[in-house]
Design a protein around this ligand. Sequence first.
Ligand SMILES: NC(=O)c1ccc[n+]([C@@H]2O[C@H](COP(=O)([O-])OP(=O)(O)OC[C@H]3O[C@@H](n4cnc5c(N)ncnc54)[C@H](O)[C@@H]3O)[C@@H](O)[C@H]2O)c1
Length: 421
Amino acid sequence: MNLLKIGIIGSGERGCYVLGTRIVELSRELHIQITAICDVNEKRIEDAKRYLQQQCRSQNLDWGDSIIGTTDYKELIDLPSVNCVLITTHTDQHRLPAVYAVESGKMVYLDKPIAVTMEDAKAIVASEKDAGRPIIMGFTRRYESSWRKAKELLDASTIGILQMIQIHSVIPYTRYFQMWHRKNAYSGGALNDKASHLLDVFRWMVGPSASCRFVTAVGGRSTIFQPRKDAPLRCLFCNDEVCPYRRMANDQDDHEGTHVLNQHSWKYATQERDIADMCVYRPGSDIIDHAIATYVFDNGVKANLFWAIYGPHAYDQETMELVGSRGRIILERETGNVTVHALGKGPNNETHIIYDTKGEHFSSSHYGADIQLIRDIRSYFDGKNLEALGCARAEDGLLSLALVQATTESIEREGIPSPMI
Ligand SMILES: NC(=O)c1ccc[n+]([C@@H]2O[C@H](COP(=O)([O-])OP(=O)(O)OC[C@H]3O[C@@H](n4cnc5c(N)ncnc54)[C@H](O)[C@@H]3O)[C@@H](O)[C@H]2O)c1
């Protein structure tokens, strides 16, 4: 097995602390290492190197001490010691490294969402087409066992022909007001960052031969996070101990990334893009926080999204229901349960089956999806086909962004449908 040598561009939470940790865990089994990291912020490079060194030492791996750090993405991509590039920069900074890496002939993983603008997304897809080697994209639902099970059951005609889809996603993701995502220019907003996963799921379930005809949506900014002139800059400097949105490094629940706040580059951050615990009431954020949207596909399937980034954690915070001509599939992301209710042949002949899809990595990041993603990256490097692996590619990113933009347009026009061009 050839050594898979990974270079990470964007040494923040996703790149080095989530995917980096998964790479360390799988290093021996998959013969995979991180050889270089890049960030525009030098402190992020120092922090990430130290963190990865510690992770490697804890696993008795010797490569943690030899990771190269650079602020120049071209230098990282050009390194002979890098044969696969992971791009986890802020979303508005995806294009340049993605295009350069593809043109350099390196295998590329690009995190979702593909970009903030359609212009950037099209440039990334064009480079992928010219190079003839698809980019693997990080829509994590595509690597998560419950969503893969639902797709497998749908494709096996367990519920007949798909008619309707509903995704309910009410997740306390106020971090989008607290980090760089709070500006549309950097992230494309929470709808791009979060709902792009779910809009990709609609397309994935409906299948590649159907296209969305139009979108109608309402939504916007709720009254919950109205800007306040007296809001402190950061949770770190705030005395409100009972604020439900307080983001602290010592939070017990660190699965949404609060652990990184202990790192020097976050703790002493001064630039807006680098702060990750900005007060949710701080003026200046221009993103929306909820939407109810309907998507009509040209094969007759209708899909509905019920989405918000506030509320307490709950067992049913993200669910999907697929309604077919002969039954329903219901997915509960938090429990990992996928339930099938299907009609049989005779009267009262019905099937009701609950599949427990949790598996051994359910408590790992994204319910085990990131472990599967690294395994799929390894298989792709070894020559397996992306479609056969069930992975998303850059074109899926482009089509998801087109849905995000049509949704935003319809919201701005208070529900007037946006046709998909
Ligand atoms: N697949 C998923 O479920 C998932 C989860 C989280 C984040 N993400 C995506 O990963 C990306 C990074 O998010 P994050 O949460 O790690 O943010 P982050 O702020 O923790 O890390 C991003 C890093 O990129 C660096 N950076 C910005 N511009 C750069 C450039 N031009 N060159 C090099 N480095 C640059 C920043 O300094 C920062 O350290 C985003 O696109 C986000 O949407 C995907």
